[in-house]
Write a protein that binds this ligand. Structure first.
Ligand code: CAA
Length: 384
């Protein structure tokens, strides 16, 4: 068993850490305060080849391992959670499913510019009345000649409003629903009948744009069906399996930032004539943070390693996301506590990490859904 990253993965980590510390972290407070999409940072990440890091070179990507991508998300999240989820939604939920299920034409037309960072991608699964029950969606797609006609709405879609394309999931057979009745479509943002709301006002990850999408007789060419008719739910679940590892990495990066701040503050802040890090209550919090962050990192890297090996990782991805997101929430709250009254002030980043951490327990499947996925897989394994 070798727990080290490869030389290439280490090099990628150092490169992205350097960029994140010098260019992303100094902007994080302003991105959070203004809620502005950090287009300049995304452009720089594209120039560095980071918008398609795990996509093969023949399709314009970096040809690096999934682990390299996971480390990239972790380092970006340590600096700015908003920036990390923009990259995550683009890679895990748009580029990767096109790589896996797309036709050669779709790969040339969409995957290459996505991987090069010339296009931004998003993923439209959730609806106002279909969140955890993703299969309960009501958006429909009906074939009319050479076009699919899409009607419905999608809610809380990361990167929408700024994305050039969205993978939209829609019902093509009401009787079958999740068992072959849902299909996936690549929809361009300038397609007539496709529109987005203004960005929604959020508690955290405020620089990542999240909008509602409306589809009104949105006619999509037949060749923009992704995969086969009826394969959409499985495509979505496959995309989310990978995405959940990346959200675990995002949670890990947020928790790491909070932990480092907590340690530094415990050494600097004096009460009762000594640094607060000398008090056992604070030491206990720091020890729990360090231990649980390390556990979250091992779960996350293990799931990424399984994906790189071509092994099954549905259960391990859910475990990594469940554990890392809940650890991030616990420890970002502890960081606020260690900072005392200063932790409650907007001028300290502790509150931002706490607000950013919350969404990692919700998107790409809530903690409750991760427990269902884990339990279903355990039961399946034991009944084999
Ligand atoms: N990979 C491939 N196929 C899968 C799968 C997987 N991981 N999980 C399920 N499937 C298949 C099943 O095998 C089944 O196929 P058959 O018809 O051939 O039997 C089919 O999908 C239906 O499976 P289920 O009966 O288990 O489906 P369900 O309706 O009970 O739902 C669920 C299962 C796990 C609860 C699912 O609905 C789910 O994951 N919900 C959470 C949704 C979610 O994560 N949303 C996130 C939105 S995107 C986002 O958040 C992005 C962002 O903002 C950054």
């Amino acid at each position: 068993m070798d727990f080290r990253l490869s030389e290439e993965e280490e090099l990628i980590r150092n490169t992205i850490r350097d960029f994140a510390e010098n260019e992303v972290a100094p902007r994080a407070e302003e991105i959070d305060r203004t809620g502005e999409f950090p287009a300049d940072l995304i452009k720089k990440l594209a120039d560095m080849g980071m918008m398609g890091i795990p996509i093969p070179e023949e399709y314009g990507g970096g040809g690096a391992s999934y682990m390299s991508y996971i480390v990239t998300i972790e380092e970006l999240a340590r600096a700015c959670a908003s920036t990390s989820v923009i990259v995550e939604s683009h890679v895990s939920l748009c580029a990767e499913p096109i790589l896996k299920f797309g036709t050669e034409e779709q790969k040339k037309k969409y995957l290459v510019p996505l991987a090069q960072g010339k296009m931004l991608g998003s993923f439209g699964l959730t609806e106002p009345n279909a969140g955890s029950d993703a299969g309960g969606m009501q958006t429909t797609a009906v074939l009319d000649g050479n076009e699919w006609v899409l009607n419905g709405s999608k809610m809380f879609i990361s990167n929408s409003g700024v994305a050039d394309i969205t993978i939209v999931l829609a019902v093509t057979d009401k009787e079958k629903k999740t068992h072959g009745g849902i299909s996936a479509f690549i929809v361009e943002a300038d397609n007539p009948g496709y529109s987005t709301s203004a960005p929604l006002d959020k508690l955290g990850i405020r620089g990542s744009h999240t909008c509602e999408i409306t589809l009104e007789d949105c006619r999509v060419p037949k060749e923009n069906l992704l995969g086969e008719v009826g394969q959409g739910f499985k495509i979505a679940m496959w995309a989310l399996d990978g995405g959940r590892i990346a959200i675990a990495a995002q949670a890990l990066g947020i928790a790491q930032a909070a932990y480092e701040e907590a340690v530094r503050y415990s050494l600097e802040r004096k009460q009762f004539g000594q640094p607060i890090g000398r008090f056992e209550f604070v030491q206990g919090m720091l020890a729990d943070m360090a231990t649980e962050i390390q556990a979250a990192r091992l779960l996350t890297y293990y799931a990424a390693w399984l994906k790189d090996q071509g092994l099954r990782y549905t259960k391990e991805a859910a475990m990594a996301k469940l554990y890392a997101s809940e650890a991030a929430m616990r420890h970002t709250i502890k960081n606020v506590q260690i900072h005392g009254g200063y932790g409650f002030m907007m001028e300290y980043p502790a509150q931002r990490h706490m607000r950013d951490a919350k969404i990692t327990e919700i998107y790409e499947g809530t903690s409750e859904i991760q427990r269902i996925v884990i339990a279903n897989n355990i039961l399946k394994e034991f009944s084999r």
